[in-house]
Ligand binder design. Structure first.
Ligand code: UNU
Ligand code: FES
Ligand code: FE
Length: 467
């Protein structure tokens, strides 16, 4: 129903160039052109320039542990097969037959030795190599060069803390270099136990009539919405004092639009150290990889929400004791999958440390679904408010008048005493992290298809405009 119908190829339109320019100059004054949230040309260019060149999360190791395991995932508009071969290597292949381009794989996940296209039966092995075709001798004989007709594959695939990312551009920097300081935060969140984390179940997926960037931007730094949008959460006692949640928020900016919100939840009591993991879990954590600032951060004000550009977000929050027990944190990973201008599919996974027992894992799964599943008490609030933004972006009236959105909270400066990775903000007002998101977005859109992460120009430029 929401399938993207396509648009003129991007790049020629001076309209688009002008809009990207307006995003950049707008940000200097804390303003954003509303139409970026629903526009054919913008969407087309994002698919080519952002999703065609950045590292995009595709799967977690724990989803495909064994030889032959595969899942179907998305990189922008393309469906990819993410499969583990007999050497343990993960191959990321375009789900498109090389014969006449029908889809070779029609299952969301499974285990197989071969992918056989349902149209004429061309077959590929788990690595994506051409493995055969019906009536091969009669139809092709020696005329087919098997090596040349394997599935198309992502030129770069790598993983950190079990999170597998793929990149469609061979020129983009290798994953670790590309992520830079963000790796240190990932280690502090996902790498605390040698056995790592695991996806508890396949991702839940649902369509939202909002733009993918609304989710990415919200998770990269918007703590301000919580006391209003989520006021009902306070009533349900999921979180004790929801108004406090933006007051105790902190910001961590790793550059390149990778940023996290941290919450000083230890103000609620010492049991909220390390996200509220109980002592028997914390005792098993290995803190040796963390620098002292990160270690103190995760003890006192752990990173709770974050985005890795473009569309990977993270969320870990202690679920207060609904059932009367001790609080326990859930970990949600979500992707804001672009579907069409102003429409996304939200993919939501629940993760748990592999060392945690089944019963507790189940609790954390249910807590995550209760809060941030498709019917979750948080999720319904966010998706409802984001839909308004896409509507505003579609408005001819707004477009005619060049309406700009407001990003002009009082300017705040990073904490000079912070010795950890990136820049730390002692409060979240100031919208600096969101500014970082839009600056990276504009940079990628201008670069026209070569991801520019780790460029030295990425540092925030001072906002020129009035406050
Ligand atoms: O709305 C949110 N992003 C949020 C609020 C997440 C966790 C706690 C409170
Ligand atoms: Fe796949 Fe023809 S399209 S075998
Ligand atoms: Fe929210």
């Amino acid at each position: 129903m929401y399938a993207y119908e396509g648009a003129a190829p991007s790049g020629q339109g001076s309209d688009l160039d002008q809009l990207i320019q307006r995003v950049e100059t707008g940000m200097d004054a804390g303003l954003l052109p509303v139409e970026v949230f629903c526009d054919d040309q913008v969407f087309r260019a994002e698919m080519e320039r952002i999703f065609g060149s950045t590292w995009v999360f595709v799967a977690h190791d724990s989803e495909i542990p064994k030889t032959g395991d595969f899942v179907l995932r998305k990189i922008g508009l393309d469906t990819v097969i993410v499969a583990r071969d007999e050497t343990g290597t993960v191959n990321v292949m375009l789900n498109q037959c090389r014969h006449r381009a029908s889809e070779v794989c029609h299952e969301d996940q499974g285990n197989t030795r071969h992918f056989r296209c349902p149209y004429h039966g061309w077959t590929y092995n788990i690595k994506g190599e051409f493995a055969g075709a019906p009536h091969f001798a009669e139809a092709y004989g020696e005329s087919l060069d098997r090596k040349a007709w394997g599935l198309r594959r992502a030129p770069q695939v790598d993983s950190v803390n079990g999170f597998i990312f793929a990149c469609l551009d061979a020129r983009t920097a290798p994953l670790r270099e590309y992520l830079g300081d963000t790796l240190k935060v990932m280690d502090a969140i996902f790498g605390l136990h040698p056995k790592g984390m695991r996806a508890i179940a396949p991702p839940e997926r649902f369509t939202v009539r909002a733009d993918w960037k609304s989710g990415a931007e919200n998770f990269c730094g918007d703590a301000y919405h919580v006391s209003t949008a989520h006021v009902s959460v306070g009533l349900s006692e999921f979180i004790p004092d929801v108004r406090q949640v933006s007051v105790i928020a902190r910001g961590l900016d790793l550059g390149d639009a990778n940023s996290f919100i941290a919450h000083e939840i230890t103000q609620w009591g010492p049991m909220f150290e390390y996200w509220g993991y109980p002592p028997e879990v914390v005792q098993q954590f290995d803190f040796s990889k963390l620098d002292p600032a990160m270690r103190e951060l995760i003890r006192k004000s752990p990173p709770t929400i974050g985005t890795i550009f473009p569309n990977f977000s993270y969320l870990r929050f202690p679920q207060p004791a609904v059932a009367g027990g001790r609080p326990y944190p859930f970990t949600s990973i979500r992707m804001w999958q672009p579907v069409a201008p102003g429409v996304m599919e939200l993919w939501n996974w629940q993760f748990e440390y592999a060392c945690v027992d089944e019963a507790t894992t189940r609790e954390s799964y249910l807590a995550g679904v209760y809060g941030f599943g498709s019917g979750g008490i948080f999720e319904q609030d966010d998706t409802a408010v984001w839909e308004g933004i896409a509507k505003a972006a579609r408005s001819p009236w707004n477009r005619r008048d060049g309406v700009m959105l407001h990003y002009q909270q009082k300017r705040i400066e990073p904490d000079p005493a912070w010795t950890g990775p990136g820049e730390f903000y002692a409060n979240i007002y100031g919208e600096r992290l969101q500014e970082g998101f839009w600056r990276r977005w504009a940079r990628e859109m201008k670069a026209g298809g070569t991801a520019t992460a780790r460029s030295p120009e990425d540092k925030h430029t001072a906002r020129g405009g009035e406050q």
